[in-house]
Design a protein around this ligand. Sequence first.
Ligand code: SF4
Ligand code: SF4
Length: 478
Amino acid sequence: MSEKFSPTLRIGDLSDFIAPSQACVVSLKGLKTTAPNTVKRDKHEVAIANKEQTDPVKISLKDCLACSGCITSAETVMLEKQSLDDFLSNIDKGKAIIVSLSPQSRASLAVYFGISPLQVFKKLTTFFKSLGVKAVFDTSSSRDLTLIETCNEFVNRYKQIQLSNNEKSNSALPMLSSACPGWICYAEKQLGSYILPFISSVKSPQQIIGATIKHHICQKMGLRPDEVYHVTVMPCYDKKLEAVRDDFVFEVEQEDANKNGLRIAEVDSVLTTGEVLDLIKFKAVDFETLDDSPLDKMLTNVSEEGYLYGVAGSSGGYADTVFRNAARMLYGREIEGPLAFKSLRNMDFREVTLEVDGKVVLKFALCYGFQNLQNIVRKVKIGKCDYHFVEVMACPSGCLNGGGQIKPKPQQSPKELLQSLETIYMENVLIKDPFENLLVKSLYDEWLEKPGSEKAKRHMHTEYHPMVKSVTAQLHNW
Ligand code: SF4
Ligand code: SF4
């Protein structure tokens, strides 16, 4: 299990591990135990479940606090609700299944099968529809919504800080990106309340496509939200933990007013790229020879000519897009061509600046992987971080290197695989400003009104919650 999660979730492996499947803080809170052992050291007193005397630990992903207490144990976190079996059983139940595919998963399958990402998308559409899936969408489209809301939030924060003349303001800079659940989990669990105001309130592309499907698109398809079972295909396991957060569940009234409201998740299940490959193999499909199906255009970044489009940056292009937009909106500067990112310690820590009249007015960074992340959060904590925006990703090299991606083939090194993924990621993709995305424009016109509107805040933004330190973490600190 541990290799599958991002390094920030795995970092707890080092020594905060009591015993596989018996360390769960949730089990200590809720399950019946008999005569627990008690460990006393100084003033601390912590009950540790006795392996022989507890009921078996069985919790759902929703209960999991991602405290790292058991992430090294494959058995402990029950993946029942997020598995291929669950996906197939919901098809059998007659639900309207909608699949949303991430561009990183597309790239991983493209390298594996030796075909282009566009072909992967078309063949996966054929494959999923042969199983009974109703529509296959693309999270590049919701990523553009995420980017627009993030640009808007950044410009507002920056202006507020300028207006308040750098005195105490409700806005906090640097603004830290929010699309990576590995990072969010780490921030809530390990860093706590001091870091949370710096994190962008915009939901990740996975949750934004979930909200868009369940609150808007399903109506256009003539479906109720509870009739839709929405599955995403993602490059990491951390996305499964994200999908089950309470913040991403909403209630709808039932026809029978005496019944309690139905609780509906924006995303019902997350499959990793590797799990989709397992499904293709399980169904004994010759994937490369499948017919190409037309793409579902309702929520897909595909042009009339059949080209996919997106932004520069294989982890979502947050720093790139927000930087260009801020330069335009705040300083009237149009930046053509690639941004001049400068590597600092390594390729996973890069920065770019904009100077106006000899003064640095925008300073952005890309920060991937736990080691680099540590530097940023330390500086934020002591008030010495001079970046305005940081694109944070938990995995070294970003999302193409997520723990749910297809593993290297024999004789292929991880580095070679990553290079192939970086190259293929942009194949068939035209770079396009998210603000020019006609699909996204129509979503604002029909539904969200404008970036940062009340509706956009309700559906596209979220909150973070500091979590009480786990028992395992307390033990670690002794
Ligand atoms: S990660 Fe923590 S909360 Fe989640 S199942 Fe393991 S011990 Fe329990
Ligand atoms: S960097 Fe990307 S792949 Fe890795 S945990 Fe974050 S969202 Fe998942």
